[in-house]
Design a protein around this ligand. Structure first.
Ligand code: NAD
Ligand code: DAU
Length: 352
């Protein structure tokens, strides 16, 4: 079977390919990726020696290029992860989020409708986020029935893409499944996101910028648990249905940062008090969602999936990975990354 994994050079996509390519030698995996700043093809260099993996450098917002790609490969399964994924970036520059997340998803659906959906076992699996549901108060959980209420340009663009996928299902009978997942962490995450940013800044004794008072809550899930969940839904989920994925691991941001610096201190021998002194409360994110938490009952019962890493075991693995993979880190921290740090944190740090 031919499988497209879009966004396969990014954080979740590369971890997914690392699991699936060796496990399924009879499937041929095509990584469809534009290789934006968030991608690192080095995350996949070990797969190139295997006969069932190939990279196609394509912008999913380019309708003709997507059409040509479908005509060339005619995939049976599309696992769609490619996206602009960072909330703060969507606040400072939303346009590319509409191009990639909305138009790009539309192009992939059109290609799938024309070249793939008539095949036996055809499936478009759309990977989405719990941020489409907006913010919870101090209690309650997101279920598959929670109404959409996105807060940021990023989450609004992902909500639009979810609606497009479901609309193609209803209107054209396009076979799809959809998953909405909570916050991931783990190896190969671009260091704009909270966890890798804090690990690397702690190691380098740079400020640890916590937005607002650090009381926002996220439900953390180790990335390979998310990847296994996606595959469990592809194998055992029902066509046309949605599954929420979460780690049952709610933490306030301030507690996440303290947990991380404890592990960094333990692994590197850095003095804990010095690391604690790096914590810097900065200007909040506009429209900052207070709390995300997932009810993952449906995927557990229908697809027999449960997270296997705890927050503690996953965080330690993650810290060790960043300490052991300094070359990977240097490859992604380009001039563009340094500019981002200045754009996003310059005023925040100055105004503290
Ligand atoms: P990422 O930013 O690390 O990777 C995104 C990948 O998409 C990169 O390889 C990038 O080059 C590629 N890409 C971006 N624009 C493209 C375009 N126009 N054409 C082709 N490729 C393009 O993102 P991630 O964290 O791995 O997230 C992957 C998916 O999972 C996204 O759809 C995201 O919304 C969703 N998701 C992420 C999380 C999380 O916590 N990271 C949680 C739930 C859902
Ligand atoms: O919930 C799933 C979503 O999780 C995914 O859809 C997104 O692609 C992914 O980026 C993530 O979104 P968040 O905005 O929750 O993740 P981020 O790592 O950017 O921030 C996590 C929390 O930490 C959030 O409350 C904001 C806060 N934060 C973040 C950064 C980068 C800080 O306090 N300081 C920071 O420097």
């Amino acid at each position: 079977m031919k499988v497209f994994v879009t966004g396969g050079a990014g954080f979740i996509g590369s971890n997914l390919l690392q699991l699936l390519v060796p496990r399924y030698p009879d499937h041929h995996f095509v990584n469809v990726d534009k290789l934006t700043y968030a991608a690192n093809p080095a995350s996949l260099s070990n797969l190139e020696a295997l006969g069932n993996y190939a990279l196609e450098v394509v912008d999913i917002a380019d309708r003709e290029a997507v059409e040509a790609l479908y005509a060339k490969h005619e995939p049976t399964l599309v696992i769609h992860l490619a996206a602009e994924s960072h909330v703060d970036k969507s606040i400072l520059g939303p346009e590319v989020f509409i191009q990639t997340n909305v138009l790009g998803t539309f192009n992939l659906l059109e290609g799938f409708k024309k070249h793939s959906m008539a095949k036996d076992g055809a499936l478009f699996h759309h990977v989405s986020t719990d941020e489409v549901y907006g913010s919870l108060g101090d209690t309650g959980l997101f279920t598959e029935q929670t109404r959409y209420d996105p807060s940021s340009p990023y989450s609004a663009s992902k909500a639009s893409s979810d609606h497009l996928v479901r609309a193609y299902g209803r209107t054209y009978d396009l076979p799809f499944k959809l998953t909405n997942c909570s916050n991931n962490y783990g190896p190969r995450q671009f260091p704009e996101k909270l966890i890798p940013l804090m690990i690397l800044n702690a190691v380098e004794r740079k400020p640890l910028p916590i937005y607002g008072e650090g009381l926002n809550v996220r439900d953390w899930l180790y990335v390979t648990d998310h990847c296994e969940a996606i595959w469990a839904v592809i194998e055992r989920g029902t066509l046309g249905e949605t599954y929420n994925i979460g780690g049952n691991s709610e933490k306030r941001n301030v507690d996440v940062v303290h947990a991380l610096i404890d592990i960094v201190a333990d692994e590197t021998g850095a003095p804990l008090d010095e690391l604690k002194g790096l914590i810097t409360y900065v200007q909040d994110r506009p429209g900052h969602d207070h709390r995300y938490a997932i009810d993952a009952t449906r995927i557990a019962e229908e697809c027999d999936w449960r997270a296997s890493e705890t927050f503690e075991s996953g965080m330690r693995k993650t810290v060790k990975w960043y300490l052991d993979n300094t070359q990977w880190v240097e490859q992604v921290r380009s001039g563009e990354y340094l500019k981002w740090i200045e754009d996003n944190y310059g005023d925040r740090l100055a105004a503290r």
